[in-house]
Design a protein around this ligand. Structure first.
Ligand code: SME
Length: 159
């Protein structure tokens, strides 16, 4: 297992993902422990993509509970259907939020978060958790982020 990430200096988002995602897939492929993999994915995305906040909320009984993350401290529990994360859990599809202030019911864990992408993690068709990435800039995420982050969550759940 490579214990050092090569972080692309490219300013092109596709090039950064193309370099980073295979490295993360290699990193998690040798490890079966979910928490260990979520922790390494958070750190790799936070530092590899220079995101403001990266973390996981995992389904535990009737709530999403904060899992491994990188960035400022965050809310610990989210109900189904609430906020961006709870809505992605309910609907099972990715949400790209260009401006969190315009998202009805957005849960503000940090007033510095301006835009957000939330990707479901599915196992046997069920949502078992979500990946949440926050930016301190507006409109940071688009279909490129969606494509690569969905691919990564797919690799994680097949691991
Ligand atoms: N904004 C999220 C809550 C989690 S924090 O951003 C880390 C939401 O509305 O679900």
């Amino acid at each position: 297992m490579a214990e050092e990430l090569h972080i692309s200096t490219s300013t092109d988002k596709i090039e950064k993902y193309e370099s980073l995602i295979p490295q993360i897939e290699a990193l998690i492929s040798g490890e079966s422990d979910m928490v260990a993999n979520l922790a390494n994915i958070s750190a790799a995305l936070r530092y590899g993509m220079d995101f403001f906040w990266v973390g996981f909320y995992m389904v535990k009984e009737d709530q999403l509970v904060l899992g491994p993350f990188q960035g400022p401290i965050a809310c610990t529990r989210i109900n189904k259907g609430k906020g961006v994360c709870g809505s992605v859990w309910e609907k099972g599809i990715t949400a790209v939020v260009p401006n969190v202030d315009e998202y009805p019911g957005h849960i503000a864990c940090s007033s510095d978060s301006k835009s957000e992408i939330v990707v479901p993690i599915k196992k046997d068709g069920e949502v078992i958790g979500v990946l949440d990435v926050d930016s301190d800039q507006l409109e940071s995420f688009d279909d490129i982020d969606q494509k690569y982050l969905e691919r990564l969550m797919d690799s994680l759940s097949k691991n």
